[in-house]
Design a protein around this ligand. Structure first.
Ligand code: IPE
Ligand code: IPE
Ligand code: MG
Length: 241
């Protein structure tokens, strides 16, 4: 099938967020292990990142592991941690060549050392790239991100660098992981679930939501294009007429 070009869309979002959900159900459907489902999901991930970059969309935020996902079995968490290493080992060269700038959203300190180092290295290596902003949320929670911002702002007030009266919406935005990036325009959650599950709470204030039924490992570039088309035909009012 022909790949769609940017010009074939009436308009494109500047920032797309994706909650990659349904790996477990996909595995169950195929009588495979849950870790196998997650591995299959990384194939989708590769394709969606490439296509987003080819379309020239400015920012892509992917929910890979939430602060709540630690409650899963040791085996599953271990498999997800291994996938993080495998993903960066196989993708980092191409992403860097594509001029993609990687940013990890979330608390890296709670991750095992190898994962932490891999993620920090990916951020360092691509830090000066000027292409697609690829945000990968790992050990991320929207509420934790807001609490972190509040702490940083409070420190500045305490030290006298900032006056409490000066704190506005922009101050908060500037202390989020996504500082300097546009708000989310389009949020896609696969697998038919219709909730945010603590993802980008602040950044999604005026996002358009699209909920394809497809499970993440089955999600194709064509499904993604359909979501982009839905977005293009949504009327955004931002509270106006
Ligand atoms: C999403 O797939 C990936 C992660 C949470 C890491 P799930 O594992 O949540 O898949 P379902 O919801 O059980 O189908
Ligand atoms: C959200 O999916 C987190 C990721 C996709 C990484 P979950 O499957 O963990 O969310 P809930 O539990 O269905 O809300
Ligand atoms: Mg799920």
């Amino acid at each position: 099938m022909e790949k769609r070009t940017a010009e074939s869309f009436e308009k494109l979002p500047r920032h797309v967020a994706v909650i990659m959900d349904g790996n477990g159900r996909w595995a169950k459907k195929h009588r495979l292990s849950v870790p196998r489902g997650h591995r299959q999901g990384t194939e989708t991930l590769r394709e969606i990142i490439r296509h987003t970059d080819d379309l020239g969309i400015g920012a892509l935020s992917l929910y890979a592991f939430s602060t709540e996902n630690w409650s899963r079995s040791e085996e599953e968490v271990g498999a997800l941690m291994q996938l993080i290493l495998d993903f960066f080992a196989s993708e980092i060269d191409e992403l860097d060549e594509r001029n993609v700038r990687i940013l990890i959203l979330g608390e890296k300190d709670r991750l095992p050392q190898r994962q932490r180092e891999t993620l920090e290295e990916a951020e360092r290596r691509t830090g000066n790239n000027t292409g697609l902003r690829l945000n990968i949320a790992i050990n991320y929670g929207g509420r934790a991100e807001l609490a972190r911002a509040a702490r940083m702002i409070a420190e500045k007030v305490k030290s006298g660098a900032l006056a409490a009266e000066e704190i506005g919406e922009e101050t908060l935005a500037a202390h989020l992981y996504t500082a300097g990036q546009p708000d989310v325009d389009l949020l896609i959650r696969t697998s038919g679930e219709m909730r945010l599950s603590n993802f980008l709470l602040y950044q999604c204030a005026y996002a358009e939501f699209v909920f394809p039924e497809t499970l993440w490992p089955d999600f194709t570039v064509a499904d993604y294009d359909r979501a982009l088309d839905v977005f293009a035909h949504r009327q955004r009012r931002f509270g106006g007429r």
